[in-house]
Design a protein around this ligand. Sequence first.
Ligand SMILES: Cc1ncc(COP(=O)(O)O)c(C=O)c1O
Length: 463
Amino acid sequence: MTALDELRQRIENEYRRRTPRSRELHERAQAWLPGGETRTGTAFAPYPTYMERGAGNYLYDVDGNRLLDFTNNATSLIHGHAHPALVSAIREQAARGTGWHAPHESQARLARLLCERVPSLERVRFCNSGTEANMNAIKAARAFTGRDRIVKMDSAYHGSYEGVEFDGPADSANGTAPTARPAPTSRGVPRSMAENVHTIPFDDCDAARRLVTQHRHELAAVLVNPIVTRAGLHVPSPGYLACLREVTRDNDVLLIFDEVITLRIARGGAQDYYGVVPDLTAMGKIVGGGLPVGAFGGRADIMELFATGDPPLVPHAGTFNGNPLTMAAGLVSLELLTPDAFAHLSALGAYLRDQLAAVVADCGLAFEVNAIASLVSLDLPRQPAADPTAAAGAKEIQRLIYLALLNRGIKATGILAVSTVMGAAEIDLLASELRGVLAEFQPAIAAAAPVLLRPQRAVAQPV
Ligand SMILES: Cc1ncc(COP(=O)(O)O)c(C=O)c1O
């Protein structure tokens, strides 16, 4: 048995020992839910942990384990679990009704708060997910420009909408007309959709300039996550977003920021943080105070398409759009996000980054710690191992680290998102548990994923 096999067996056995009820529920669920799941992102081998409740910084699973939670429902719970102010706003609204086939004042109040904070927003509409927000922003861009094609970044995630479910090849790399088309990331995406999508590498403004200039007459918009959050954090180089702004403006193509995650990095999102204002913005997650939400908005002349004509030029219906429960929670959530709250979140994020970087360095490992404001991630080296077996070994080590942390009472998979109710004590606990895990993993890492070992510096010999 290899060192990795031995480690996997030990960690998975411990996980199974701690979570028998989760396993039972997962197995039973498979009779009615494909794979026992209803959300791709929560699938986890050998099986996911089933939760019973959350409070503050902690989740409590069905086996009675308490888990310090750094995932905060995929970054959306910026005030942690079951924040009392949010619970009472939701409770109060629920007693008055959960939805009407009619508008209500809280929609305009939440829209106003967003417009006051997020620089690109002159008008906003609500929907029910970040996926829908991107879908509608793209539709608005197509309707406004009368052009069909969009540019997205290779490997960027914008939700499960077939118009954006494409990855490379980065067809602009040589500035010529694409020969290979981007490939769908899901079955069921119509082949014809690829005709409307170009992909380019993130953080490469030359590629954007070449492609946008060449295809300007067919392009409606460039869609970008200001910070890439898929498989770790990728923060843009200085000037990249400003360059995208300039290229799109010069070529009369719209710029859409997908701020579904990045809205949490500053009061006005990444566009505020970087001082680059797109034409349209897609949002979700923190906007709903923990309830399902999406929002999109931007320039008034574009957004007016949703209200011009009868029926409107761009109809946008939705039974649950702007529902009162989500609006009530969203208002409280944003009101709690004062400048002091953002300062606290950023300071905590920096502390988490520094603590994790110290642990990784002390253990002689080559994980990258990437961070921006309240988002932090412990990533595999960006340059993947050339040897596929070593690359697979590194990915498996990463999965086992998550599992070993769960065994130690910490949920820290993927992107870590600190919340307003966290403090240094929670971060210290994660750092110390991670130190223990990495020390235990050293032999398996050396054997199965040496790419994760930091190269030893040559020691200067005295002359
Ligand atoms: C950057 C980004 N865009 C869009 C989405 C889709 O949002 P939702 O899951 O609410 O549909 C996500 C979800 O994680 C995301 O991270």
